[in-house]
Design a protein around this ligand. Sequence first.
Ligand code: BES
Ligand code: ZN
Ligand code: ZN
Length: 490
Amino acid sequence: MNFSVFTQNPVAQKTDLLVVCRSPEKAHKNTLFNEADKKFKKELSNIIKSEELKGTAGENKLVFLAASARYVLIVGLGEAKKFSLETIRNMGAAVYGVAKQIKAKKVVCEIGGREFKKFNIGELTQALVEGATLASYKFERYVKATPAVKFDFALVASTKEVTEIKRAALKAATVSRGVMLARDLVNTPASDMTPKHLADAAKKLKGVSVKIHNLAAIKKMQMGSFLSVARGSTENPPYFIEMHYRPKGKAKKKIALIGKGVTFDTGGYSIKPAKGMETMKDDMAAAAALIGLMSVIKELAPKVEVSGYIAATENMVSGFAQKPGDVCRAMNGKTIEVLNTDAEGRLTLADAMCYANKRKPDVMIDMATLTGACLVALGLRVTGAMGNDDDLIKKIIDCGKHEGEMVWQLPLVEEYREELKSPIADLKNIGGGYAGTITAALFLQEFVGTTKWVHLDIAGPSFTEKPFPYIQRGGTGVMVKTLARFLETQ
Ligand code: BES
Ligand code: ZN
Ligand code: ZN
């Protein structure tokens, strides 16, 4: 796909596919639809009448014309009230799908939703290009690659919009590249995506400085909680990955991002049942999102300093593995009674957060596929957010809304903190059974100090069995877009 801006009369052009939009309210006011209808001798409005099309969201009608436009795709946008950028991302995905199906070489596409005046042209363009680009993602590492679909995707615009549209399309392509790298890292099976592979992926990053700490260094830093998980993995040693981005000029803030990087979670001796282990290559999805984001951060160029941290390890069983009841000591000196070795993510994050705090960040955000309980509470589409600063949480929720990634706040109930009390250590690594997502966050809070902090539990939306318009089965790359927006709106 090659995106360009199209400032000529779109209906007069010879094209394989012309894309025009409709909505129930604006059905007769939309000029491009009307122009196309006039040009094609009322063929479009006749079809709309005979098939009683309403212009509702997702109501897409492909019309074969064999005229100057070989096909016209009429995209329904729905009512203004419900219209969001997600409508446009889905439109982008639909256009990509149709272009592929009819083997188009040239597509001329209206940037839908302008008339609703809810979003500016840059936002609409970015959403459209993101939807189309992400819809084209394929994971073909282990199969014969299908040839890439190639066509010119021309966006209809006025001359004064050209610069802004080009900027937005470029940004969409950049962010999408980050999302797709995250998807690749998650989709790669655990034996080909060990902590070493994750560290290598970080080393390849451009525009950020990367430091990889090996086992000896991790021991020296006294990351006893992280090491307690890593001990069971005798064949694939852990790595602690550190990435730093500095903006040109003075940074407005220092932001620390921490991603859970358990490259495979067997559960350890508190072993998972076979079914529960099937998708556990996804337990590094937060690390993947972080690497995906850092891979494009120089191009996104936010005005804040961003540090990324990943405690990468497997969670395996072996003669060296930690046992239920063992006690370990985190970097900040706190001792932890490990009653369930499957609650390993928080053990790895604890040390990563202690380490991140050493640079005194203004804001700390950790992401993790942390609890099955979050799936119970919020399902497969929604990220759970908890933290010690409601304004910060709200900002993340708003960024998520803008980016089509749902985030919902759960309360960090202080009264549940006592469930983490241990008779023999400073705390234990599991709560009483109820509200597992919240007790996990309360555990993490022990390693936050006074830093403004948000914890994002992405156990649900990081992986999908069911495909969506621009998300294929597998790793979704969730949170790359939301965090990209968060950083640039600081
Ligand atoms: N990686 C899992 C959480 C998970 C489950 C992610 C399902 C995605 C889908 C995590 O390490 C885990 O096993 N958590 C336990 C915690 C429990 C032992 C307190 C869980 O959720 O069962
Ligand atoms: Zn686990
Ligand atoms: Zn896990």
